[in-house]
Write a protein that binds this ligand. Sequence first.
Ligand code: SAM
Ligand code: DTB
Ligand code: SF4
Length: 355
Amino acid sequence: MTVTTATRETSQQAARTDVAAAPMDLRHDWSRDEIKALFELPLMDLLFRAQTVHRQYFDPNRIQMSTLLSIKTGACPEDCKYCPQSGHYNTGLKKEKLLEVEKVVTQAKAALDSGASRFCMGAAWKNPSEKDFPYVLEMVRQVRGLGLETCMTLGALTPEQAKELAEAGLDYYNHNLDTSPEYYGEIISTRTYQGRLDTLSHVREAGMKVCSGGIVGMGETAADRVGLLQQLANMPMHPDSVPINNLVKVKGTPLADVADLDPFDFVRTIAVARILMPASYVRLSAGRQEMNEQTQALCFMAGANSIFYGEKLLTTPLPEESQDLALFRKLGLQPEGVCKDRAERAQQALYYSAS
Ligand code: SAM
Ligand code: DTB
Ligand code: SF4
């Protein structure tokens, strides 16, 4: 059966309105001026607006938790200036070839036990090769078999590869636009913005959920942050998940010494993403390790309702799990439920034992 954009979004909304009044229509025609005006609101007005929208679609005290695993590390042929895994820069990272399926499944079981509801697997590839692809499909089948939601980020996909991943049971595909179309060429020269948009279309057409966002704090202007969010919000369907990464500055990458983004500008980016894409999960993604608890709390206030949780992101550390759970307790936040009873119990036990 062909599911139209409108039908899918209506059901997306219906599933998320149990805590609130009628949701507003989702818009896909935001102008840059309108988005700029949101960014420029007094912070309290912006936060109030974002939190009000957030409550129309989500339980404001529930946070979705994902765990990340790097299934192939380093030596990437792309030259993304932010990335410790690019083969173009010397970051001292230990390269690793594609992990065996068994090792991935062991890690997924551990993630389930520690309370994650989604297991994300990332590979430092421009695109998956024919040789590696069957192993990747097997990882999806086995991880999904544990009852976890699955997500992968493997670089560019052909329409056929997207279809095969969907058939293997992949729930989400992560493919970030990373910045505005205007700033993209300053950051990456080995691929195009249009190529990223094409892969996102293949993912949607194959029936998978889209996870797409970007990185801020890369020396971009406020207008570039507007441009990134406009691209995401004006897609025919909003990404189901929108990761907002704060650049993790890694020694050896060209962006290692870029100036810090003011934390309030990070919070504003989250708030505007929430207002533009009210029914999407907005993830407070990379950069939490460098952020204090108060800034993270403001991000949740601004409508972030998803985090990466566990030992590390792909190659850089995350806050200790106990620290995260302690913050959740202080803020009265709860991890969003997972499909397995075992995992739910583990989450609850961890949550209540955190000091
Ligand atoms: N190679 C694939 C690709 O680029 O699509 C998948 C893996 S790549 C590491 C996934 C995402 O990680 C990138 O799109 C980028 O948004 C994010 N990322 C990489 N390095 C980062 C850094 N230093 N700080 C914040 N985010 C980063
Ligand atoms: C996303 O938007 N952020 C994650 C995930 N998708 C794959 C990756 C962040 C990587 C941060 C740098 C590192 O740990 O290597
Ligand atoms: Fe490679 Fe992805 Fe890193 Fe770019 S972001 S260098 S494509 S791993």
